[in-house]
Design a protein around this ligand. Structure first.
Ligand SMILES: [Zn+2]
Length: 262
């Protein structure tokens, strides 16, 4: 499941190739990928438009186009955008082909959970998925002060709070585990029990883990984190060497070190 670092990496890659390109036409191989408007209108509205920019909000990818339209895409489990030459073989999981004035943009999605909407700025401002989106953790406004306010009197486990998109945008199951391990905090711990220095540590870990993941993903093309690596390779904590525990916390499979995370 793509999280903030994955979507940010896709956005950066697309920005390099897509800015200023013009969409000549759109071929909908799997029309159900389009949620709004209806697929023929989606294709018609996109025809002839220039791409202005590519951005991200939480786990959503935002492609802004000329004429007050934004294409909002959610990659879900397996969705991805690839830039291809017109003569390159079409992957069998390709759902939409955007023919550009130079090359093609292809949306591939093996599991078919990904979806997109084409919205005016007015519709975008009322879009349910974005309406209650929390703060962007890599932006400067995510200060320690702001984080303390987010946590104040907040009931629930640390794991469940990190996953809440209306509090902090973009963190999913994978990076929540890495963040909590780096902050040396137990995922089932109640947020109201944190001491001041532990809140500081968690705030630092959120920013560090996500920032490093973006850099490493763009560079090496695979999710890397010290904890995630160890979890998959040895199943042992990279700090103390003890076997990692796995439990269901906040409804999600959660890995942690019982010794290092309190
Ligand atoms: Zn440990």
């Amino acid at each position: 499941m793509p999280e903030l670092p994955d979507v940010e990496t896709v956005a950066r890659r697309l920005r390099r190739h897509l800015r200023g390109r013009r969409i000549r036409r759109v071929h909908l191989i799997t029309p159900s990928t389009v949620r709004f408007p209806d697929p023929p209108a989606f294709a018609r509205l996109l025809r002839g438009r220039h791409v202005h920019d590519i951005g991200r909000r939480g786990k959503y990818l935002l492609i802004t186009l000329e004429g007050d339209l934004t294409l909002v895409a959610h990659l879900r489990m397996t969705g991805d955008f690839v830039i291809a030459q017109p003569d390159a073989p079409v992957d069998r999981h390709t759902r939409i082909v955007f023919h550009l004035d130079r090359g093609q943009l292809r949306f591939t999605d093996q599991r078919r959970f990904g979806h997109m909407d084409l919205l005016t700025s007015d519709q975008l401002s009322r879009f349910p998925g974005l309406l209650h989106m929390g703060i962007e953790p890599l932006e400067p406004e995510f200060t320690l002060r702001k984080f303390r306010m987010i946590l104040r009197d907040r009931r629930g486990t640390l794991k469940s709070l990190l996953l809440r998109q209306d509090l902090i945008a973009g963190i999913g199951n994978i990076y929540a585990d890495e963040i909590l391990w780096q902050a040396r905090l137990h995922p089932a711990r109640g947020a109201t029990t944190l001491r001041t220095h532990q809140i500081t540590r968690l705030h630092l870990a959120i920013r560090r883990v996500l920032r490093q993941a973006v850099v490493r993903l763009s560079r090496y093309g695979r999710p890397v984190g010290r904890f995630l690596d160890a979890r998959d390779r040895t199943g042992r904590c990279p700090r103390c060497g003890r076997p990692l525990r796995v439990a269901r916390i906040a409804g999600r499979t959660t890995y942690f070190c019982l010794f290092c995370q309190r």
